[in-house]
Each structure stands twice: as C-alpha cells, then as structure tokens.
Design a protein around this ligand. Structure first.
Ligand code: NAD
Ligand code: UDX
Length: 461
C-alpha cells in the first residue's frame, strides 16, 4: 500500500519504518529540512533500539523514503498519517497548530480520495476540526474530492517502540467511513494476524481513549510514589508492598514502580491537556489535578533527601549523576526528572559530573549553558571525588556495578537512588549510606544511624 507519514519524530519514524517493514511503500515528510537531510544520509535523529537497522534495511529496499516536498507527499499515499507534535500551550491545552498545518497541506494538494489518519495525541473533537480544515481548502480550490478522517492514537512506549508497534496490544481505530475502515484493517492485518486486536469505534471515543490510557497510567504511578513516601516514614518497605499488591490480578505487577516522578513527552502534557478539556466543558478532574501535583512534588524527593543528608549546605559540593533520560533506552529528555535535579544543584552552587549511555548529546543540546555540569565517558569516570552518587534513570548498565570500585572513587560512600536499583541491606554491608525511594533506611556499621536520624527529624514531605 502507498502510505505517507507526516512528521518524522518518535511516532512518525517508527510508524513509517514498521509499515515499510511489511512491504508498504512509505514516504515520510517533515518540515524540518535538517532532519530529512540527516535521514537521507543514513542518519537517525533519535535513539530508539532497533530503529536504525530497520530504517537502513527499508531504505535499501526503496520502501522507505524521506522528503520535505509537501505536494509529493500528499500525492504519494492514499493513506496519510499525521504524526506531528501536539506540545502543551501555556494553559496546558494541546497546541494543535502542527496538526492543523498538516491538514491544511493535505487539503491544498489532494486531488483523489485520501484517508487522513491522525496518530498524534489530540483533544476530542480534533478529527472534526481536521475535516473542516481540509474541506475548507478543497472548497477554496473549487474541488469536492471525497476523503475520510480517522483517529488512530498511538500507544507505543519510547525505548520499546518497535516492539510495541510490531506487536500491539490493541489498535484503536476511530472511523465512520467504511472504505477507510477496510483500508486500515488491511494495512494493520499483518500486525495482528494471530489475534484480532483491532478495536473499531467512533472518532471521539478513539481520541478520548488515548488520554484516558495515559491518565490512568500516570495516576497509578503517582499513587505508588505517594505510597512509597508514606512507607518510608512508617518504616515499611515499598518493594515488599509492591509485590504484595501486584499479586492481585486486578492490580498486576506492571507499571507499579515508585521513582522520581513520571516524565517524558506524553504523561505530563496529556494529563494537563485532559484536565484542560474537562475544564472547558465545566468539569473538574480532581483526581488528575492531584496526580499532577503529586508528580511535581515527586520530582523533588531526591532533592529533599540530599538536602537533609547534607543539612541544606550544597555549595561547593560535587555530585556524580547516573542517568539523564526520562527513562532507559531513549535519549529523550522532555520533562525528564533529572533536569529538575540538575537545575537545583547548580543553583545551590554544587557541581555535577553526569553519565548517560545515550542522552548526553541531547543534554548538551538542551542545557548548553549549564555551568558546573560536566559529562563523563563512563559510569566510573563521573564518580571521581564526588560527595555522593545520584541515580535518576534505571539503565541496565547501572544495575550490577562494582561497589568496591564505586566506594574507592567517591569521596564519600553515599548513594541516592531514585530508581531503587539495589538492596539496602547489601549496600549497608558494602559500607554505603544508601537512600532509595520508599524503603527502610539501613546504615552501614561504621555510620552512626542516630546522628543521621537526628538530621532527618524534619518532615521530608
Ligand atoms: P516529535 O516532536 O518527536 O516529532 C514531531 C515531528 O513533526 C517533528 O519532526 C516536526 O518537525 C514534525 N512536523 C511538525 N509540523 C509538521 C508538518 N506540518 N509537516 C510535517 N512535519 C511536521 O513528536 P513525537 O514524540 O513523535 O509525538 C508526535 C505525536 O504523537 C504527539 O501528539 C505525541 O503526543 C504523540 N505520541 C507520542 C509518543 C511518544 O512516545 N513520543 C507516543 C504516543 C503518542
Ligand atoms: C507513555 C505511555 O506508556 C505510552 O503508552 C504512550 O504511547 C506514550 O506515553 P513513555 O512516555 O514512552 O510512554 O514511557 P513510559 O514507559 O510510559 O514511562 C513514562 C514515565 O513514567 C517515565 O518517566 C517512567 O520513568 C515513569 N514510570 C513508568 C515510573 O515512574 N514507574 C513505572 O512503574 C513506570
């Protein structure tokens, strides 16, 4: 099938490449000429495991091409995917300017039947807006070509995007046009050949499903984070509590890990946008407001722990930082909790040596003026003479380190772990003061727990 994908970011590139992998003839458009130039030279603008090889293979087979030529891209695909950004406006609502521009481009150039499939995350009613924009452009050109607008929200996770796309747990199609529905069923058939995972519904329900999913997941994480904070104060261990509740199939084990707050390009903006939609319709989503507030607070939990341990005196201190990306297996730093920590530590007059397996280039790009922030070439390199190690992303490479080496390189054997990578008991035995999230504090034999506990009498949260 001939398919056009508008937008060559995380979602657009993965969509285009996975569709090409099943033999479709895919043309990918972006208005960012430097991105398209890079792609046409064999480069990939984002880090996503497996993507580079897949792009290479499909480009070589001429099933996947990249362009900035709008007229060519509209002419190419009967199916036109829109996968452009929908970043937050100041008031939290979704900025639809890129979606509207993409729709307008289609209306300005289309001459035959097109199925416009919106993959971007958009507020309920955007499909109608897209339809109106295209109809308006056609009317201006004196044309009456038929077209269908479909909502097909994307549920992939960064870092696991190829797998999520190739083996989806569901494909939601919001469509009220039979021809379009048949085309999409045919396009997606190879992705769901063992199980029928296509959920056909009306356009508005499909648009809402995406926000509802992210709201539900964000709520789960925020509740777990609050329970972790409470467990810590009560002397309970959130890791045991997590296993205890996850065993209930109604709860399940997935997505139940407390940490430093959710980040990334989706949860923060989508939680806000759904609240905004509700407000515009005279409804308050009180649970979601609380989720958002809890998440903002959680992003500072490690800061509180550091302040408490060092009595708020961070000027002149030096920290090693493991992990910059908002989660492992991506270089995405949009709304990454590490940014809140970095900004705070630098403002206090501390310095940081950071290491991330893939996000350091992105970190340099988005924080070009962060004086006092340096990068190291390995996890070990950044430890030298640091007053403490802080872990913000649970990359696999951080999971089984040589603790004797860490101890020898740090100037103080202290670890603040925002992702609960290690066992507190074991770390104490290795001689570390270890501060995880929501777990019992166990001090090494040579550290006076009473003097540290005294420092910690002030309420944390
Ligand atoms: P992104 O910022 O990585 O990529 C968007 C791309 O669209 C950019 O390259 C930009 O230059 C391009 N673009 C903007 N206007 C254009 C136009 N008129 N024509 C052609 N290209 C244009 O964004 P993303 O992370 O891929 O997200 C895209 C959408 O998918 C958003 O609505 C997002 O909420 C949603 N989504 C994202 C993820 C994710 O994990 N990133 C997952 C599911 C859904
Ligand atoms: C999310 C949704 O999962 C995906 O379905 C949607 O399409 C896009 O948004 P993504 O943002 O890529 O995907 O990452 P995800 O794995 O969901 O993690 C989001 C944030 O939640 C990360 O900051 C992560 O560290 C945090 N998280 C996740 C937790 O703190 N605990 C968990 O148990 C899971």
């Amino acid at each position: 099938m001939k398919v056009t994908v508008i937008g060559s970011g995380y979602v657009g590139l993965v969509t285009a490449t996975c569709l090409a992998e099943y033999g479709n003839d895919v043309l990918c458009l972006d208005v960012d000429a430097s991105k398209i130039e890079l792609l046409n030279q064999g480069g990939v603008p984002i880090y996503e495991p497996g993507l580079e090889e897949m792009i290479k293979r499909n480009r070589a087979a001429a099933r996947l091409r990249f362009t900035t030529n709008i007229a060519e891209s509209v002419a190419h695909g009967t199916i036109q995917f829109i996968a452009v950004g929908t970043p937050p406006n100041e008031d939290g609502s979704a900025d639809l300017q890129y979606v509207v521009a993409a729709a307008s481009h289609i209306g300005r150039h289309m001459n035959t039947y097109k199925v416009i499939v919106n993959k971007s995350t958009v507020p309920v009613g955007t499909g109608d807006e897209v339809r109106a924009v295209i109809a308006n452009q056609l009317a201006q050109r004196g044309l009456n070509s038929s077209f269908a607008v479909v909502a097909n929200p994307e549920f992939l996770k960064e870092g696991a995007a190829i797998d999520d796309f190739m083996r989806p747990d569901r494909i939601v199609i919001g469509c009220e046009d039979e021809t379009a529905s048949d085309l999409l069923h045919a396009l997606y058939a190879p992705f769901v050949r063992n199980h029928d995972r296509i959920l056909l519904m009306d356009l508005r329900s499909a648009e809402m499903t995406k926000y509802a999913a992210n709201a539900m997941l964000a709520t789960r994480i925020s509740l777990m984070n609050e329970l972790a904070n409470l467990a810590e104060i009560l002397g309970a261990d959130i890791e045991l509590v997590r296993k205890g509740i996850g065993a209930d199939p109604r709860i399940g084990y997935h997505f139940l890990y407390p940490g430093v707050g959710y980040g990334g390009s989706c949860f923060p903006k989508d939680v806000q946008a759904l609240q905004r939609t509700a407000n515009e319709n005279g409804i308050q989503l009180q649970v979601l407001s609380a989720v958002e507030q809890a998440n903002l607070a959680q992003k500072s939990v490690i800061i509180h722990k550091i302040n408490q341990r060092f009595a708020g005196n961070l000027s002149g201190m030096h920290f090693a930082l493991w992990g910059l990306a908002f989660k492992p297996n991506t270089d995405d730093m949009r709304d990454a909790p590490s940014r809140v920590l970095i900004e705070y530590l630098l403002a206090q007059g501390a310095t940081i040596a950071a290491y991330d397996p893939v996000a350091m280039t992105e970190a340099r790009r988005i924080m070009p003026n962060a004086t006092g922030l340096h990068y190291g070439e390995s996890p070990q390199a950044v430890l030298v003479q640091a007053d403490a190690l802080v872990i913000m992303t649970e990359w696999k490479v951080f999971r089984s380190p040589d603790f004797a080496e860490i101890k020898a390189l740090l100037s103080q054997a202290i670890i603040f772990d925002g992702r609960n990578l290690y066992e507190p008991q074991y770390l104490a035995k290795q001689g570390f003061e270890y501060y995880p999230i929501g777990r019992k504090q166990i001090y090494p034999a040579n550290v006076s727990s009473t003097s540290l506990a005294e420092q910690s009498t002030e309420a944390l949260y």
